[in-house]
Each structure stands twice: as C-alpha cells, then as structure tokens.
Design a protein around this ligand. Structure first.
Ligand SMILES: Cc1cc2nc3c(=O)[nH]c(=O)nc-3n(C[C@H](O)[C@H](O)[C@H](O)COP(=O)(O)OP(=O)(O)OC[C@H]3O[C@@H](n4cnc5c(N)ncnc54)[C@H](O)[C@@H]3O)c2cc1C
Length: 305
C-alpha cells in the first residue's frame, strides 16, 4: 500500500485539475493529481477555442501540461481511479483502485462529465468526428455545410437558432414529435429549415464522416456534419455527494465562491460544477481555486506557526 500525506489531492487531471495543480505547485504546495485519463472530449480529434492552442488534440494539451509540470517537484500526477474519499477530522483520505492511500488538508474534484448521446445506431461512431454537441467548439469547421441537428430537448428552438448562425443548410431531425410551437415551426418554414419528426432508423457514415440520416419511413437525407441538441452528460463520479455536496437543479455539484463547497476544504471545479466550462473556462476555474486555496493555507499556517 502506497500511503502518503500532501497538502492537496486533485481528483481529475483535465484542464481544471491541472491548472489548479500548476498554481498550487508554484505556491510550494505538495499536490497529487490522480487522473483516470478519460476526459469528456476524449473522442474529439481537435479542440478549439483554447487561446494559443486552437486545434490541438485533447491529449496533446494534457501532455504539454504534464511536461511543464515536471519543473515543480512537489507536484505529482498519477494515472489511477479514485474509488473512495472520507473526511477524517480536518483531513481528507483518498483511496485509489491501485491501492494508494493519500491524506490531504484539502481536496479538489475536477472530475468532469461523461457524455450520454441518444441511442441511434451509428451516432456513437461519428460523435466527436463529424457530429458534435458544442457549436462553439466545432461549428466553425462546418460553417455553410449541410448540417443535421438531431434531438428534441426543451432547448430545441434555441439550438436551431444557434446552429443556423453557422449554416443555413439545416435539417432538424427530432426523432419523434418536435417540442416546438406552431409559431416556431412557421419560423423554420420561413427560413427554409426542414423539420423531420419521423424517427431516425440509423446514421450512415464513411470513415466516421457523417453521410446520411436514414428514417424509419425509408427517407434518406444526406448531411456532412451534425450537432446533437444538448447531450445528456452525467457526472463522472458521485463521490462529492458522499462528503455531503449534492447536485443542484442543473445536475452540477453545488459550489460557492472560488469552487468552495459547504464542506470545509473541499472544492469542485470545471464541468463537474458548471456542466459546461469549456477547456479555457475549466483552466480558469482551476487557477482561481488554486490561488484562493493557497491564500487559505497561508492564513492557516500563519496562525498555527
Ligand atoms: C465531443 C466534445 C468536444 C469538445 N470540444 C471542445 C473544444 O473544442 N473546446 C472546448 O473548450 N471544450 C470542448 N469540449 C468541452 C470540454 O471537453 C470540457 O468543458 C472540459 O474538458 C472540462 O474540463 P474539466 O477539467 O472540468 O474535465 P475533463 O476535461 O473532463 O477532465 C476530467 C478528468 O477527471 C477524470 N476523472 C473522473 N473521475 C475520476 C476519478 N474517480 N478518479 C480519477 N480521475 C477521474 C477523468 O478521467 C478526466 O480525465 C468538448 C466536449 C465534448 C464532449
């Protein structure tokens, strides 16, 4: 059993967790980042919108961070899965699948979400390559192309207007009766946006490039790219709940200022708290939390010295 004590354990090594570790390492704090290595965007080929790294592969971004973190001897990053956490007096105890036991003064969850896409044959195969969920991440590359918008959540009309911003060659396939008012349907007709409510039988593709939507009535529609209306992403782990932090109405973990929670010393950042921060937003939250946390350490140590 590998047992050790550090200032901070960070669960999750995406942009949120790694950014917190970086600023804490630079503040001379001992930090262990434990990461299972399955970020929310792991299916994508390119990540966009991260200043200075637009178009980078998701894992390349992490590798760059790991490389730069080597400079800070008090920061270590291990590939492992956190299986359990406890609060023991004023410390946290974290245990992993590989048998590590780590005690820390503070604990950060930056564990992100896991995508849950509609159960349509073929959709899983194209997701992240030619079908996406976040227009800000991937719509620019498919601007003006024939696009399918798939899904039927209550936010549908907002998504239609959003995707229309990037392409007017738009087919909306709701896979059942659309949750749109008659007035909204008329707005689509006026803009020549086709609405198909027939259930989708399957999605055909070539080399993970979307080719065709096949409907149960036999109709086929060719499309080059697609977006899914608000995928139903789930928390990657519910461990914060064990420590007393619950989900809010948006299914993000309840947090207060700088990612702090009602449990003293426990912080939750990135998608796990906000549902969608993007890479830049998660990194920014990590930095903010790291700075706030170090301020707490400084105050605590000053008094206890
Ligand atoms: C298909 C797709 C494409 C996207 N493209 C973009 C884009 O181009 N630009 C952009 O800004 N955003 C993009 N995003 C959004 C982006 O991926 C997230 O907003 C961002 O990754 C959130 O960062 P995070 O640090 O909160 O979590 P993540 O990056 O998801 O990292 C969480 C990490 O925690 C680990 N973890 C979870 N549970 C445990 C556990 N129990 N023990 C140990 N480790 C654990 C996971 O394995 C993972 O490595 C995309 C999302 C999707 C789904």
């Amino acid at each position: 059993m590998k047992q050790r004590t550090v200032d901070v354990v960070v669960v999750g090594g995406g942009p949120g967790g790694l950014s917190a570790a970086l600023v804490l390492g630079r503040s001379l704090r001992s930090v262990v980042v434990i990461d299972a290595g399955h970020p929310r965007n792991e299916v994508t080929h390119e990540s966009h919108g991260f200043l200075t790294r637009d178009g980078i592969k998701p894992f390349e971004l992490r590798e760059l961070a790991h490389e730069q973190m080597k400079k800070y001897p008090k920061v270590s990053i291990i590939k492992d899965l956190v299986e359990d956490v406890w609060k023991v007096d004023d410390h946290f105890k974290t245990t992993t699948r590989e048998g590590a036991i780590i005690y820390s003064r503070k604990l950060i969850f930056a564990t992100g979400l896991k995508e849950d896409i509609p159960d349509i044959p073929g959709l899983d195969d194209v997701y992240g390559k030619s079908v996406f969920s976040c227009p800000y991440c991937d719509a620019y590359e498919h601007r003006d192309q024939p696009i399918a918008l798939i899904g039927n959540k209550k936010e549908l009309i907002h998504y239609i207007r959003l995707i229309y911003n990037w392409s007017r060659d738009l087919v909306v396939a709701t896979n059942g009766p659309a949750s749109l008012t008659e007035k909204e349907k008329e707005e689509l007709r006026e803009r020549k946006v086709r609405l198909v409510e027939t259930p989708i039988k399957e999605v055909l593709f070539q080399d993970r490039d979307l080719h065709q939507l096949v409907f149960t009535d036999g109709e086929t529609i060719n499309r080059k790219a697609g977006f899914i209306v608000n995928t139903g992403a789930k928390q990657a782990t519910m461990l914060p709940e064990k420590l007393g932090v619950h989900l809010n109405a948006q299914d993000g973990f309840e947090t207060k200022e700088h990612g702090s929670t009602k449990v003293d010393g426990l912080f939750i950042i990135g998608d796990a708290a906000k549902r969608f921060t993007g890479l830049m937003g998660a990194a920014s939250e990590g930095y903010e939390t790291g700075v706030f946390m170090n301020k707490q350490f400084v105050e605590e140590d000053w008094i206890n010295e």
